[in-house]
Write a protein that binds this ligand. Structure first.
Ligand SMILES: [Zn+2]
Length: 341
């Protein structure tokens, strides 16, 4: 027909998008983006924020535990409990549980953010920017990474992450002290993979689970100074803790520098604990809230015991020679420290 012939007469070649490949200089500048826009500061803030969240969760759970213990003492003493106090305790339990859940959620969101930042960096480094318009390549490849990440189970996303592990350990420590070992990460999530923020200690099943994180034995003395810890700092790479000033001095006077990863060029020492071959740099050491909690608790309970001993020996006879003086010195040191802080 007439119309068909007219159509074929004006038919056009298939549309082709304009193609303006990036120049080598432009590609090079994209390559350089991670260096010109470092994200180290962001990672540091995320880490700090997660520590603060863990600390908050520890504190609210400490408060609840203190109240529970006080309630128990009242019960054991045979006094009748005030029903208003019981209602208050129940209310506190609920509040602490909700708060712990929401702090748990916040830590997971921080980890997602950290992953997102890492994905951006990786997309820039590995994106095939000659393939299409850079903004399209970036969006597509970043989205693909994001999809891969969200397809992972929550256990895979958070179960081994140091921020989440630190948070879980703090909450667990506040809820159970050292009485119950922390259940393994596989039990931090429910059957359908959902997180269980206020997970119970799993007391009954402990024995049949050999991968439960071992109940740690912690020393209250620095392996370098052999003195009681004042400002303990823990390695991220091994389970060793040192007095901050002592290990920092050791690292500062080291002539060796780290040759690997993001810590390349930093002064480094081999972990001074016998048999541990990890390399320590200043940035690989951090104030670990859980270790600090355990050390403080041990120091406090020992101090209480010593105070009790002292009372006994004083009442028996007055010949406890010098011991009192030493204790007083310790106390003075602590007071001075508080004053300086
Ligand atoms: Zn070590």
């Amino acid at each position: 027909m007439a119309s068909r012939s007219r159509q074929s007469a004006v038919s056009l070649p298939a549309y082709q998008r304009p193609n303006h490949p990036l120049t080598p200089t432009a590609l090079h500048e994209i390559d350089n983006l991670p260096r010109t826009h470092p994200t180290a500061a962001l990672e540091k803030y995320i880490k700090e924020a997660s520590l603060i969240l863990a600390e908050c969760a520890g504190e609210v759970n400490d408060t609840l535990r203190e109240r529970e213990e006080r309630r128990e003492r009242v019960q054991q003493s045979g006094k009748t409990a005030d029903p208003r106090q019981d209602a208050g305790l129940e209310e506190l339990r609920e509040k602490v549980s909700t708060l712990t859940g929401s702090l748990d959620e916040q830590v997971r969101r921080l980890i997602d953010t950290e992953q997102h930042v890492a994905d951006i960096q990786q997309t820039i480094r590995e994106g095939d920017f000659a393939r299409d318009a850079p903004s399209i390549v970036f969006q597509q490849e970043l989205q693909a990474r994001k999809d891969d990440y969200t397809a992972l189970s929550q256990m895979r996303r958070y179960g081994q992450h140091p921020h989440y592990v630190g948070f879980k350990r703090t909450v667990h420590d506040a809820q159970h002290s050292d009485e119950v070992p922390l259940p393994p990460p596989s039990r931090w999530f429910g059957e359908s993979g959902e997180p269980l923020p206020g997970m119970a200690g799993g007391e009954e099943e402990d024995s049949d689970d050999d991968i439960a994180i071992q109940k740690e034995t912690i020393s209250t003395k620095c392996p370098l100074t052999l003195c009681e810890f004042k400002d303990p700092i823990t390695s991220e790479k091994c389970p060793h803790t040192f007095e901050k000033a002592a290990i920092f001095e050791m690292i500062s006077s080291s002539r060796v520098t780290s040759t690997v990863g993001t810590r390349k060029g930093e002064r480094a020492v081999e972990c001074p604990v016998a048999g541990c071959r990890q390399t320590l740099t200043k940035s690989s050491l951090r104030a670990d809230p859980i270790t600090i909690r355990k050390i403080r608790r041990l120091q406090q309970s020992r101090k209480n015991e010593e105070d009790d001993d002292l009372d006994v020996s004083f009442s028996q006879n007055q010949s406890s020679r010098g011991r009192r003086v030493i204790l007083d010195d310790d106390e003075d040191d602590e007071d001075e420290e508080k004053g300086e802080a």
